[in-house]
Design a binder for this molecule. Structure first.
Ligand SMILES: Cc1cc2nc3c(=O)[nH]c(=O)nc-3n(C[C@H](O)[C@H](O)[C@H](O)COP(=O)(O)OP(=O)(O)OC[C@H]3O[C@@H](n4cnc5c(N)ncnc54)[C@H](O)[C@@H]3O)c2cc1C
Ligand code: SF4
Length: 479
């Protein structure tokens, strides 16, 4: 099969004329689909059913990986999909974007015995994509509608997972989101080449078809207050994520063409979704033909450099103040970026931005690594008299995100947050200090992962159910 595919690609490259006949998408798709089927079966059958499923332990959702691998190896894909969905609301999303090397696959016993991990994420994606294709994934049918309602603030993975779980139980759910589209960072943060947008949109449609109401362009704190929502619903979930971009406050920071990562990624994602995006179309947020410098070393920085490459940037550099071993981003992503042509400038920090109106160069200071800090990584320190200059046409700041000031935004000064601004919850019940208001996802953990947001959303749903049942009982007793 691989030979057949390679021959196909080789012929297409060698002979453009023949390519016209060969390049029929259906032909390729058929070969490719067969290849994927074979690959998934081959990978599934590699699971040794080791009896010590570290993969399952290290998956935040504790997915029943060995069992769905076994079912997939036997070709029992519908059952595999049901099993995958029993612990995860979006297996095809996690299969695509979980950092598996740090979670399930990194703990595969076969990997640890030196034989290369079972590609769990790809099989998870394959099982669920097949289930969608075959029409096995259907909207929720409610048998017993419950006359209690829950307001969910935020339609990212935490909000969506919680909403789905509660809807399944029969509660009425309304999701409020300030964006024009649902999905949170799944839709406007993570680029299309990692997570195709149709994958998110078909999930949203499924939830709409399941009776969940979505109110887009509704910013809590502006278009309605938390207090109003609390009066309207029997319980509330806050799942608003973290969006305040960390700043680089240097001389020249206010020059034009220096942008926060989310502005750049959102414009690119909107464009990919077919929107008219003025700032992209007029070239402002488009990397084409420009020398791009991305500042930061996390996964967001990797998404920015790889997006810039796809927009045909002239050059793409990534500035990071530590070295490769001490960077927070996934090693796999760095490897991918390097292969695509990104230049990493390790142990380097921006010191000043130069330019008349627009940024035209950056003064960079070299760094060395000192003692290990509280994050467990070595602390970067400047090397004296090491400054040098690089040219640039556009700088993207990808230094991470902090929570917005929610008590202020929500006009609810009694909502207790941590020193970092994340919402404090009772870790057992996920309830905030305000009765009936729960919180989940990045707004509780700080910037994290989709799989953790799903886990939090599911956990919050269980607690909210508990809370609503007691509330109902109390009403009956009081009547
Ligand atoms: C560029 C980027 C790439 C990433 N890549 C990956 C990856 O590859 N793999 C991975 O696992 N994780 C990745 N992450 C992290 C992941 O996206 C987040 O951890 C996850 O989306 C958090 O889910 P959430 O539901 O808590 O919040 P979000 O997804 O941020 O959703 C929050 C929602 O709340 C809405 N909201 C906020 N305030 C209000 C308000 N006042 N009123 C109404 N609505 C409001 C927002 O509009 C948003 O839709 C990435 C993050 C970024 C920024
Ligand atoms: S959800 Fe993520 S960590 Fe869990 S099995 Fe799937 S890919 Fe691995």
């Amino acid at each position: 099969m691989v030979e057949k595919m390679l021959k196909f690609i080789k012929l297409s490259k060698q002979n453009p004329k023949k390519r016209e006949t060969l390049n029929r998408i259906e032909d390729f798709k058929e070969i490719y689909d067969q290849f994927i089927d074979d690959k998934a079966k081959e990978q599934s059958s590699r699971c040794s059913q080791c009896g010590v499923p570290f993969c399952q332990v290290h998956c935040p959702l504790h997915n029943n990986i060995p069992d769905w691998l076994k079912l997939a190896a036997e070709g029992r894909l519908e059952e595999a999909s049901e099993l995958a969905h029993s612990t995860n609301n979006m297996p095809e999303v996690c299969g695509r974007i979980c950092p598996q090397d740090r979670l399930c696959e990194g703990n595969c016993v076969i990997e640890q015995s030196g034989h290369g991990t079972v590609t769990i994420g790809s099989v998870e994606k394959y099982i669920t994509d097949t289930a969608w294709k075959k029409g096995w994934i259907k909207p929720i049918k409610i048998e017993n509608d419950i006359n209690q309602s829950v307001g969910v603030i935020g339609s990212g993975p935490a909000g969506l997972a919680c909403a789905e779980e509660l809807r399944r139980l029969g509660y009425k759910i309304t999701i409020y989101d300030r964006y024009d589209r649902a999905g949170g960072l799944l839709i406007y943060g993570i680029p299309n080449f990692k997570l195709e947008k149709f994958v998110v949109q078909r999930r949203i449609k499924l939830l709409k078809d399941s009776g969940i109401e979505f109110k887009q362009n509704f910013e809590v704190g502006k278009d309605g207050s938390l207090k109003e929502l609390k009066e309207k619903h029997d319980a509330i979930l806050i799942a608003t994520g973290v969006y305040k971009a960390r700043e680089v406050n240097l001389k020249g920071s206010d020059l034009k063409n220096i942008f926060p990562a989310m502005d750049f990624l959102t414009a690119s994602n909107k464009k990919g979704l077919g929107d008219k995006v003025k700032e992209f179309d007029n070239g402002t947020l488009n990397a084409e033909n420009k020398n791009i410098v991305v500042v930061g070393g996390g996964d967001t920085a990797m998404d920015c450099v790889r997006t810039a490459i796809r927009q045909n940037a002239k050059s793409v550099k990534c500035l990071y103040r530590r070295d490769r071993e001490n960077m927070p981003g996934s090693a796999r992503e760095v490897h991918n970026a390097e292969e695509e042509g990104v230049e990493f400038i390790w142990l380097s920090n921006p010191k000043q931005f130069n330019g008349k109106e627009k940024v035209s160069s950056i003064i960079i200071e070299k760094m060395k690594l000192g003692m290990t800090d509280s994050s467990g990584r070595k602390k970067p320190e400047p090397v004296l008299n090491s400054d040098y200059k690089i040219k640039t046409d556009m700088v993207i700041k990808a230094l991470g995100f902090d929570p917005e000031n929610l008590p202020k935004l929500f006009n609810h000064s009694d909502l207790i947050v941590s020193k970092l601004g994340t919402i404090k919850i009772n870790l057992k019940t996920m309830e905030t200090n305000i009765k009936g208001i729960f919180a989940a996802g990045d707004i509780v953990r700080g910037a994290s992962l989709v799989v953790w947001a799903i886990k939090d959303g599911r956990d919050a749903a269980k607690s909210i159910q508990n809370y609503l049942e007691i509330k109902k009982l109390n009403k009956i007793v009081a009547a």
